[in-house]
Write a protein that binds this ligand. Structure first.
Ligand SMILES: [Zn+2]
Length: 343
């Protein structure tokens, strides 16, 4: 059983992994061709790669995606203070109200950025000036407002040219592609609401130890089982949920099928086991196993752990049931090993 108890230097290996990821990112951007993943564009302006590092054919699509998403404005962030002489100063979130369409703030760099210039400045070549609002970030909080106004400049400033380019791009994009992106955002939101409703209902029933299915789940049934009835009840008391569940959901995406219920329950089991594993950590534990025959005469073995948690309490947690061939010590040990290997 020793093989399950080798302690890994977690922090070091995690660090190494992080380093490898960062190296990958660096070498990718050096190659100049970033693989485009439009579902995963980076929100924080301080962590984005330059637009010129993307494939030229993908750039307009990336721009549209960013413009639809809008500038990154974390209004509820605790903006850190920096000393300017003897005065502590920080980013003022009221500036978002002054410049709602373009001003962005990077939490990672504690710096301000401009989304218009990020998207279109590279196209303007050498005449486009410094990189303070696109690459490095602007941090002069002392003269913040006046410097931001300076950045906008006159009608023909670089910033305003970039703004016009953004407007033109979105106008030209008022066709299927943009509509489709909007549509898919809405569909995603509805899917999330529907899934949350199903998960909440199942979580309630599991917690109370109630059965999910009913004897007759057809539309004409007067009692369609705990799960469907609870879901309907939830919808009756929440308009937002009602709009997207059961009869209002697409036929192929109701998230109520028995397979879906089982998937959600399995996900809950995994999460619960992870919590138990986290709670045990690297501490010692003892194993309690017991086997018995179920109603179909299959032998099954229940596995329970005992351990002392960080608060000094003795905790007993049931982990699961394994089916076994026979009740000899050998097969019990084999099943136990299999269980620990899995986890
Ligand atoms: Zn700008």
């Amino acid at each position: 059983m020793d093989k399950f108890f080798k302690k890994l230097p977690i922090s070091e290996s995690a660090l190494k992994k992080k380093r490898i990821c960062q190296d990958d990112l660096k070498s990718n951007s050096k190659r100049g061709l970033i693989e485009t993943n439009l579902d995963n564009i980076i929100a924080d302006p301080g962590l984005r790669v330059r637009l010129s590092d993307y494939n030229v054919n993908d750039r307009d699509e990336i721009r549209r995606k960013y413009l639809l998403k809008g500038p990154c404005q974390p209004r509820h962030h605790q903006f850190p203070q920096t000393m300017f002489g003897n005065t502590p100063r920080r980013f003022n979130y009221a500036w978002f109200e002054q410049f709602p369409s373009w001003l962005e703030y990077s939490i990672a760099k504690d710096a301000a950025f401009c989304i218009f210039c990020y998207l279109f400045k590279p196209e303007m070549g050498q005449q486009s000036g410094g990189d303070s609002f696109t690459v490095d970030g602007f941090r002069n909080w002392k003269d913040g407002l006046s410097r931001l106004r300076e950045h906008v400049g006159g009608p023909n400033s670089i910033h305003n040219q970039a703004a016009v380019m953004c407007t033109n791009l979105m106008k030209s994009g008022q066709h299927i592609e943009v509509q489709f992106l909007k549509q898919s955002d809405l569909a995603r939101q509805e899917h999330k609401t529907r899934l949350t409703a199903s998960v909440d209902c199942i979580r309630f029933l599991i917690h109370q130890g109630l059965a999910l299915r009913g004897n007759d789940e057809s539309d004409s049934s007067t009692n369609r089982g705990n799960f469907l009835e609870l879901l309907r009840f939830l919808g009756d008391h929440n308009e937002e949920v009602k709009k997207v569940i059961l009869h209002n959901a697409p036929e192929n995406n109701k998230l109520t099928a028995p397979e879906i219920q089982k998937d959600i329950i399995n996900a809950m089991a995994v999460e619960t086991l992870n919590c138990i594993k986290m709670d045990i950590g690297d501490a010692f534990f003892s194993i309690l196993i017991d086997e018995s025959r179920d109603i179909s005469t299959k032998e099954q073995m229940a596995i329970t752990l005992w351990y002392v948690n960080s608060e000094g309490q003795v905790i007993e947690r049931f982990l699961g049931i394994m089916h076994i061939m026979d009740t000899s010590a050998h097969s019990l040990k084999a099943a136990l090993e299999e269980f620990f290997l899995y986890h």
